[in-house]
Design a binder for this molecule. Structure first.
Ligand SMILES: [Zn+2]
Length: 366
């Protein structure tokens, strides 16, 4: 558990600097844990990076936490084998890769990777590839996109992506989960260990996440398609601090958090990048209270969740659509100033054939 060992020391000294940690603990890590030098470097980077996220807590790493690999620790041997450095030397491991990812794998250069083991014992190698920008075309217009609760995404061209069906499904999952949880509690009170119920809970969570991902893929695909090939960029609200904002009332906040908006936004951003569509993030303040016709800002303009009615000029519209138009106009103002926070990297998934050696390596080298 070299990461926890190092994390405890980093925490004790309140030190998040990789190089300082390296100066202090490099040799100890090398000798104490018998690590190859590049593994020490990765370990230092990982611990420093994780600790930096929140200095008030000492990070702990699971024994099966993801193992970062860089070009010095691994090499792809052909299209179906990878050579990985372990504490027991190099191991050559076969892997499986789907056709979609195989194509990306051929097209782009693989960069850093993470070796992870899932709860079911399957090994995966998460491969990051560097994707060059699509042909950048300076946009002459923007498609404003409002991410919401009732309508997951509303575009300034008027296309809503309703959340109704999805919300119904989410509610169904929630109900099912509650029922299982109640059953688990009852079983526990009877002195039984509700193993099957726990398993069912996990399965449901996974299924729901899959459904969410599919929906987000569909919506983001449609949005990016609408902006592709016509010199149009995509404008989104900069919602970096969404959870701290009070735009959403309490019951809605649960729905927000449950719906993985960050994922939808990330999907829009990376699909846009692949298609060569520029993404611009705009100031999200008052996008729902501002009148897109006259610019008047007032809380009273937003009459209900669905209805926007300007107190100044009398303009009325669907509230999400009004917000989307505001986002679009802001992109026109901001475009030269605010560059999109577009991820440069795309994650690929490759199933790694489990070998005993690899299993042993993971158990001993964290
Ligand atoms: Zn107005």
């Amino acid at each position: 558990m070299r990461r926890n060992w190092l994390a405890a020391r980093a925490f004790a000294q309140q030190c998040t600097n990789k190089l300082t940690l390296q100066r202090l603990y490099y040799h100890e890590l090398r000798t104490h844990f018998a690590l190859p030098s590049q593994m020490v470097v990765r370990c230092l980077a990982r611990v420093a990076g994780t600790y930096r996220r929140d200095k008030t807590i000492c990070p702990t790493f699971r024994p099966d936490a993801a193992m970062p690999y860089d070009q010095r620790l691994m090499r792809f041997a052909g299209l179906d084998h990878v050579s990985l450095t372990t504490q027991q030397g190099r191991v050559l491991v076969a892997f499986l890769i789907g056709p979609y990812h195989r194509q990306r794998f051929d097209d782009y250069e693989p960069r850093q990777c993470h070796l992870v083991v899932r709860a079911d014992g399957q090994w995966y190698l998460l491969v990051v590839v560097q994707v060059p920008d699509g042909t950048p075309m300076p946009p002459t217009d923007f498609l404003g996109v409002d991410l919401g609760v009732v309508n997951l995404a509303t575009a300034s061209d008027g296309t809503p992506h309703s959340g109704e069906q999805i919300e119904a499904c989410r509610a169904r999952y929630l109900q099912y989960r509650r029922r299982l949880q109640r059953a688990a509690t009852v079983a526990q009170m009877d002195g039984k260990r509700p193993k099957n119920i726990r398993r069912a809970l996990k399965r449901t969570a996974k299924r729901e996440a899959g459904f969410r991902r599919d929906t987000n893929h569909c919506i983001s695909k449609t949005l990016v398609a609408a902006a592709t090939g016509n010199e149009t960029g995509i404008a989104l609200e900069d919602l970096t601090h969404i959870r701290t904002r009070t735009r959403f009332r309490k019951p809605q906040r649960a729905r927000m958090a449950g719906w993985a908006f960050t994922q939808l936004r990330d999907f829009v951003e990376y699909k846009a990048r692949l298609a060569g569509v520029r993404v611009v993030l705009v100031d999200p303040r008052y996008t729902s209270q501002e009148c897109s016709a006259c610019g008047h800002i007032a809380k009273a303009n937003r009459q209900s969740q669905a209805r926007f009615s300007c107190q100044h000029c009398g303009y009325t519209a669907n509230a999400d659509f009004n917000a989307a138009v505001n986002i679009r106009s802001r992109a026109h103002v901001n475009a030269p100033l605010v560059a999109g926070r577009v991820p440069q990297q795309l994650w690929l998934l490759a199933g790694v054939g489990a070998s005993d050696k690899l299993r042993h390596f993971s158990a001993s080298s964290h």
